[in-house]
Design a protein around this ligand. Structure first.
Ligand code: HEM
Length: 432
């Protein structure tokens, strides 16, 4: 049985080990068990592990919302905004002369700078503008649906559709030519799957923290050199795309500096497709797990938007973000001290029994379904409306053409504790 040291309020060691271990996240059931126990017994505990600086782990929906809402009290800049090994953190600070971030972008900016940078593209990602993209996204979705139907009755849904469709959409919107998409896919996987040997740039080097930080720095430099070319092009010949908006933006009356500019593109490119790949695959994974929900949406396609929302909750592609307390803060009967590092577990929040009835049931008609897959507060996902549109449009193109759907082999998940979803999803399907 798991024991808890109430005096120091430590998360039990076997659970702490799993939370920090990317491999453990490739087994979703194992993580469900960890978080169910923590929500019931230790909703806000401290994780201590020799490879990491200690951090608080928030697992309850309400606590995560409360912390996320207040970026005056919890900052994103002082420490890494994602869980990072101590030695990698030291190495990054060495490379950057003190900053915990290899890249400076919206995710790790604080007020007032954060809002200035966010405002540049905020309107572009609002529902009104995103609706204008629907016709183009539909075209892309239906060409992927055609490919899948042409390859019936089997496919690996991840490599055939889930990796490629969202990439194509976000690159189209960013104005990256199709021929460069494989490069973007490779760089994103090298960034987010850095500890998964199947995805890392140089998996042998990733075991050595100093070498790992250098490898990631090179991946980011490759992104930067690519996007600086795009920016130059959009300054010379502006178009109606988000790349043009960023290239020509002013902050405090000045053009954005090349480093911040490249990082702006990089965060949109990366945040915009690994996450949506995970949710695209997540929808099919869930429908194979719950065939009665597949039957239900087949009978009533007006349930597709509900299926989309429930998919984001079910798969929760972004597992966490980190914050650092600006001041001592009382929450759930405890004091988070100024300077303490806090993990916001969206994965746990989205299965919080106090917010979701029978959270381990996948229900496409779940109402209400106010999940935290996109975060909350000033840093809430800027691309959430695009992500919803993208998945809805694909499912609308695909589901009417499929009569049955089932697993056709072992499903594998990405070994990552930041962004993770199905990595291999063999399915068998009949067409209408
Ligand atoms: C922020 C999740 C798709 C761009 C976030 C955050 C989450 C998230 C949880 C909050 C970060 C925080 O609180 O620190 C997701 C999920 C997606 C998705 C689950 C898809 C299923 C997208 C897309 C784009 C995008 C399609 C853009 C094309 C961003 C950006 C931020 C962000 C730029 C930073 C916003 C800020 O810090 O102000 N996302 N995202 N995301 N997301 Fe997404």
């Amino acid at each position: 049985m798991t024991t808890i040291n109430t005096q120091r309020n430590l998360v039990p060691q076997d659970y702490a080990d799993r939370i920090v271990d990317p491999c453990a996240w490739a087994e979703p059931e194992s993580m469900y068990e960890v978080f169910t126990w923590l929500r019931a017994n230790q909703p806000l505990g401290k994780v201590e592990h020799e490879d990491f600086n200690p951090f608080w782990l928030a697992t309850k929906f309400d606590d995560i919302s409360e912390i996320s809402r207040q970026n005056d009290k919890f900052n994103s800049a002082e420490n890494s905004s994602v869980l990072t090994r101590k030695i990698v953190d030291q190495q990054i600070r060495h490379i950057t002369a003190g900053s915990p971030h290899l890249s400076r972008n919206l995710v790790n900016m604080d007020p007032p700078e954060h809002l200035k940078y966010r405002s540049i593209t905020q309107n572009w990602f609002m529902p009104k503008k995103v609706r204008e993209l629907e016709a183009r996204v539909k075209e892309i979705a239906s060409s992927f649906a055609d490919t899948m139907i042409a390859n019936a009755p089997e496919c690996d849904f991840v490599s055939d559709i889930a990796l490629r469709y969202p990439l194509h959409v976000v690159m189209d919107i960013l104005g990256v030519p199709e021929k460069d998409e494989p490069l973007m896919l490779k760089l994103t996987q090298e960034l987010f799957g850095a500890r998964d040997p199947d995805l890392a740039r140089d998996s042998e080097k990733m075991a050595d923290p100093a070498a790992a930080a250098e490898v990631i720095k090179k991946v980011l430099a490759d992104f930067a050199s690519y996007f600086n070319g795009i920016a130059e092009d959009r300054r010379a010949t502006p178009r109606d795309d988000v790349a043009t908006v960023v290239a020509n933006a002013l902050v405090d009356g000045e053009p954005i500096k090349p480093y911040e500019l490249a990082n702006y593109y990089t965060v949109l490119a990366t945040a915009g497709h690994d996450t949506t790949s995970a949710s695209t695959a997540g929808a099919i994974w869930a429908l194979c797990q719950f065939p009665e929900q597949f039957e239900k949406v087949k009978k009533d396609p007006s349930l597709i938007p509900g299926l989309v929302d429930e998919t984001f909750r079910w798969i929760t592609p972004v597992k966490h973000f980190m914050r650092t307390a600006n001041e001592d803060y009382q929450i759930r009967g405890q004091t988070i001290k100024a300077g303490d590092w806090v993990m916001l577990s969206y994965q746990s929040a989205n299965f919080d029994e106090e917010k979701f009835s029978n959270p381990f049931e996948f229900r496409i008609d779940r109402q209400p379904n106010k999940h935290l897959a996109f975060g909350h507060g000033p840093h809430v996902c800027i691309g959430q409306h695009l992500a919803k549109l993208e998945l809805r449009v694909l499912l609308e193109a695909l589901l009417p053409r499929i009569k049955s759907l089932k697993f056709n082999g072992e499903v594998k998940f990405t070994k990552a504790n930041f962004i993770s979803g199905p990595k291999v999803l063999p399915i068998r399907f009949e067409i209408e």
